[in-house]
Write a protein that binds this ligand. Structure first.
Ligand code: COI
Length: 362
């Protein structure tokens, strides 16, 4: 085993080590889809006139393969990631990759790079498909050529495996998305749009920016790369809420999995708007007992502090609450095949490095 592989398996961090190979899929208006075979990882030379550099046709996904109890590996909800990638492509006027091509590329890569998949609970092989407009052309129009490259990395959750609580500051002057815009798409521009506000939050001592809606600047939306949940306590017990998908937040697959698992566990949960003032006031009064962020890269991370407009409140005792811990545990156990996969979320990766030929359209 190479030194790099040994180190990567021992302490992967978040995508600090890329694997040896990628899968590359091309689309051309004249010839359609081609490629899909494994290639050595390497730099790509692109024409500086490629449309992606000028007009931003760039979308991506993030999904994971997890080690299973019998030593095999399984992808988590690849068909749902394929569907979301198609929707992102649609919004950016890009060609929609057939779902079976997407899932096959992920399965082939995970199978070939199986030896890079770390084994501890919560660790994974993170697969990053990135699709770019590669046609050189300065006229403003959709590209006639795209390249989708599937990258793979052994990974810990992006905030670490200890799931230490993070702090968030709501953006007051900047907005990320408005209805009818691209907020729901996993396009590169949305992440670029987050960087300045996130940088300001970090400069003020917070870990993340919390986005509010672009019209009233009142309703909580999401973080720069994660969805959010609130846990409220009243006389009837605890209740979870998460902002609804109305075109301005990414339709998180982790978010959706947690909504389902919460219902499975008998926890009342609703997709409903939360005003930032209610969150801040709820933290002060004790009605907001927990808040957490979730995403494929982050998994489930407690939010210990929320700030807005000069008010800074600790949520609960600032540590991780029991609902957050319980949901994360349930999710990780399903992902690793330790808890029954009642919703058909796992797709086995062929264990012998052979090419997977599984179509996972559901
Ligand atoms: C993911 O959670 O997979 C993402 O794509 C978010 C990114 C900011 C790491």
């Amino acid at each position: 085993m190479s030194d790099v592989l040994t180190q990567a398996l021992k302490d992967p961090g978040f995508c600090q080590f890329h694997t040896d190979r990628t899968v590359v899929v091309d689309w051309d208006a004249e010839t359609g889809w081609s490629g899909g075979s494994l290639e050595p990882y390497g730099s790509t030379v692109m024409d500086p006139a490629s449309l992606v550099f000028h007009y931003g046709q760039a979308i991506f996904e993030g999904l994971k393969a997890y080690r299973q109890p019998d030593g095999s590996a399984a992808l988590f909800r690849p068909a749902d990631h394929a569907r979301r990638m198609r929707r992102s492509a649609w919004r950016l006027a890009m060609t929609e990759m057939p779902a079976d091509l997407f899932t096959r590329a992920c399965a082939d890569l995970a199978a070939a790079e199986d030896h890079w998949i770390p084994g501890a609970l919560g660790q994974s092989l993170y697969i990053r498909p990135i699709m770019l407009a590669t046609e050189p052309q300065l006229g403003l129009r959709a590209s006639h050529r795209y390249r989708c490259t599937f990258l793979a990395y052994p990974a810990d959750p992006c905030f670490g495996r200890d799931f230490r609580p993070i702090s968030v500051m709501a953006a007051k002057d900047m907005v990320r998305a408005v209805r009818g815009g691209t907020g729901e798409a996993k396009c590169a521009g949305n992440y670029a749009a987050s960087l300045l506000a996130r940088g300001e939050a970090v400069a003020d001592g917070y870990d993340e920016v919390l986005w509010l809606d672009g019209v009233e600047r009142r309703w909580v939306e999401e973080l720069s790369g994660m969805n959010v949940f609130f846990v409220w306590r009243d006389a009837d017990g605890v209740r979870l809420t998460t902002p609804p998908c109305q075109g301005t937040i990414v339709r998180g697959i982790t978010r959706d999995s947690l909504l389902t698992l919460a219902r499975d566990l008998g926890l009342p949960v609703a997709e409903e708007p939360t005003a930032i003032d209610d969150a801040v006031e709820g933290a002060r009064s004790g009605r907001l007992v927990e808040m957490f962020a979730c995403g494929t890269a982050a998994v489930v991370v407690p939010v210990g502090r929320v700030a807005f407009d000069g008010r800074d409140r600790t949520i609960g005792d600032g540590g991780e609450g029991p609902v957050t811990a319980r949901l994360r545990q349930a999710l990780i156990e399903v992902q690793h095949g330790v808890r029954p996969d009642e919703h058909g979320w796992l797709m086995p990766v062929p264990g012998d490095g052979a090419t997977a030929r599984t179509t996972t359209e559901r």
